[in-house]
Design a protein around this ligand. Structure first.
Ligand code: ADP
Length: 624
């Protein structure tokens, strides 16, 4: 017999597993059954390809209880394991990812996470002080027995076993003051755990159950008898009717399958019959996976053909902008052994994907209307993806997405939809106003914001890089165009106001021209405005490229730098305007310096940098 140590990581995990006070110790059974089911899946798959094995109805998972000896046994006739596989699979934990994850999330319940991350076999040690695995690999003559009492290590020896498969024997721990381990030796307990966690396993899980019945020939004498019973219904969760499923079942199915420790935000369960017939069970997660916004993230739904998994992540089932959806689709209209390449062009698959997209949109809309709080949570996690979706493919998906995106509102001080904005537009308002900046607070302080708010208009505050690009792609919403309030052409003034200001500009033409000359390339014009309220100056861009786009483009790591065309606006009602005129009349040589300072101020207010801070500092000192 060989005695071996667990690899370091395994040991660490094992200690954690055994020593944590875990409230759901019973999940060990779910883990072992799911391993057994996977082993049968593998074997069945091989037999489909003509590599021997049993007929489908012969595969099963067996539970045996030996109360006296405190033994619970789980047997399967799946693929089995060779000696090397026993060592590799049970002597080490390849998925050290679970460990890394743990150290980042120390505060979370240890084993809760472990349970979710598929280090399932080790959970057997939560309830047993000795675990034996006897396994014979399909097609091999020799069987091996792996034995371990936990952290000390394990041993492997040859043993005899009649047929291929695996038998796991748990010696259940003695009861303690806190824990009643003996319940795992009760038939009713085991059968209820199986129903709770493993009901949909597609192979029969059987156990000898003791019941009592009237003794034959008597009227009031009962006898006990034993009968093999199937514990699971074998109907996958998604095949059941909605009203037969509790929220808890939906949730635990989700966390088990998709390794998320947080409950899903929203569940979409649909059965569709008609042109194509399929069941779909989809989940909207409550938070973005850590790699969601990286290229490592792979989208997709599990794809089943009549209850049998044919692909783990079918990317074609989900558009990119809904890539956050987790779940599965199951259709009897799909053939079982279809290749990935053929599948891509399969019309059934295309039809399903199209329906799912519609369904997801409708459900998100429903969430938006009925549960604003959850929708906002969803949007904080995945809104960026929706906005990228609006922008991508030349705005092709706007019908799907335009009603799902939200932006911060100047009026409500929270996220609002375009529909909400348009529904309460002021009388005579022709366009949807927006402004860009790093944060809502910063935008709120822009001079232009003040002016537009003052006229009673609501403004959308765009704080993500993609926002303005998305709106540009959208062009309009319900016939209303979009206007960047830091861009030109606001046209908020009355005719009289316009006349007055153009007169002002005419009269001060020489002053303004000489200011423009002093500033140089930075601006295409300097002019007086009466739309600023308290601020002395601001920079407005003209043309297609806004100041925000300039910032976004120039932050990108390439050489395609762009420059927005800008105009320096000076508040005609501000004391600075009068002072400028005065200076121009008395000491015109000083205008150059003032122009440069005002321009630098306007850039800083707009969130842009100043090209030459030293020059600015010198100018100010000079004038002092
Ligand atoms: P996971 O199931 O998440 O891979 P486990 O620790 O539960 O992690 O199991 C490790 C591996 O051991 C499995 O991936 C599988 O290859 C093998 N294994 C476990 N139980 C069985 C079994 N009953 N029959 C065959 N192989 C098994």
């Amino acid at each position: 017999m060989e005695k071996k140590q667990f690899k370091a990581e395994s040991k660490k995990l094992l200690d954690m597993m055994i020593n944590s006070i875990y409230t759901h110790k019973e999940i060990f059974l779910r883990e072992l059954i799911s391993n057994a089911s996977d082993a049968i899946d593998k074997q069945y798959y091989h037999s489909l390809q003509g590599q021997g094995g049993l007929a489908r109805e012969e595969y099963k998972i067996r539970m045996d209880i030996d109360k006296e000896n405190r033994i619970l046994r789980i047997s399967d006739n799946g693929c089995g394991m060779s000696k090397e596989e026993l060592e590799d699979n049970l002597g080490t934990i390849a998925k050290s990812g679970s460990l890394d994850f743990k150290s980042e999330n120390e505060k979370k319940d240890d084993v809760e996470i472990i349970g979710q991350f598929g280090v399932g076999f080790y959970s057997a040690f939560m309830v047993s002080d000795n675990v034996t695995v006897e396994s014979r690999k399909h097609g091999e003559e020799t069987a091996y027995r792996w034995t371990s009492t936990g952290a000390e290590g394990y041993s492997i020896e040859e043993c005899s076993k009649e047929s291929a498969g695996t038998v796991i024997t748990l010696h259940i721990k003695e009861d303690t003051d806190e824990e009643n381990y003996s319940e795992f030796l009760e038939e009713y307990k085991i059968s209820s755990i199986v129903r709770k966690y493993s009901d949909y396993i597609r192979y029969p899980i059987v156990m000898d159950m003791t019941s009592s019945r009237l003794k034959e020939g008597t009227e009031d004498e009962y006898e006990e008898y034993t009968e093999e019973k199937q514990l699971n219904s074998m109907v996958p969760l998604w095949r059941k009717n909605k009203n037969e499923i509790t929220r808890e079942e939906y949730d635990s199915f989700y966390s088990e399958k998709f390794f998320d420790w947080e409950k899903p935000l929203h569940i979409i369960h649909s059965k569709t019959e008609g042109q194509v017939t399929y069941d779909a069970l989809m989940y909207i997660p409550a938070h973005a996976p850590f790699d969601y916004y990286s290229k490592d993230y792979v989208k997709g739904l599990q794809l089943y053909s009549n209850g049998v998994l044919i692909m783990d992540k079918c990317e074609d089932l989900l558009p990119d902008y809904f890539s956050f959806v987790k779940g599965l689709a199951d259709s009897a209209d799909l053939s079982l052994n279809i290749s990935r390449e053929v599948l891509q062009h399969d019309y059934v698959l295309k039809a399903i994907a199209k329906n799912l997209e519609k369904k997801i949109k409708a459900e998100l809309k429903k969430l938006l209307n009925n549960n604003r709080e959850d929708y906002e949570k969803f949007f904080k996690a995945f809104g960026l993806q929706l906005k990228y979706g609006l922008y991508s493919d030349y705005g092709m998906h706007k019908d799907v997405l335009q009603d799902l995106v939200m932006f911060h509102s100047s009026k409500e001080n929270k996220l609002v939809t375009l529909e909400e904005y348009v529904s309460r537009m002021a009388e005579g308002q022709e366009t949807i106003y927006y402004a860009c900046g790093e944060t809502a607070d910063k935008i709120d302080m822009l001079p232009q914001t003040e002016a537009v708010k003052d006229k009673g208009f609501e403004i959308l505050y765009l704080t993500d890089d993609v926002d303005e690009f998305a709106l540009k792609m959208l062009r309009e919403y319900e016939g209303k165009s979009f206007t960047n309030i830091c861009n030109d052409k606001l046209d908020l003034d009355t005719d009289e106001e316009k006349e007055a200001i153009s007169k002002e500009n005419e009269e001060a033409k020489d002053l303004l021209d000489s200011m423009k000359e002093a500033i140089g390339e930075g601006v295409s014009a300097v002019r007086f405005t009466n739309s600023l309220k308290n601020h002395p100056v601001c920079l407005t861009s003209e043309g297609e490229i806004s100041l925000e786009m300039e910032k976004v483009f120039n932050a990108m790591p390439n050489d395609n730098k762009v420059k927005a065309q800008t105009v320096l606006d000076i508040n005609v009602n501000h004391p600075v305007a009068a002072r400028l005129k005065e200076i121009y009349a008395n000491e015109p040589e000083k205008v150059e310096k003032y122009a440069k300072i005002l321009y630098a101020q306007a850039r800083l207010i707009g969130g842009l940098t100043v090209d030459n801070p030293t020059e600015l500092s010198n100018l100010i000192c000079d004038l002092m």
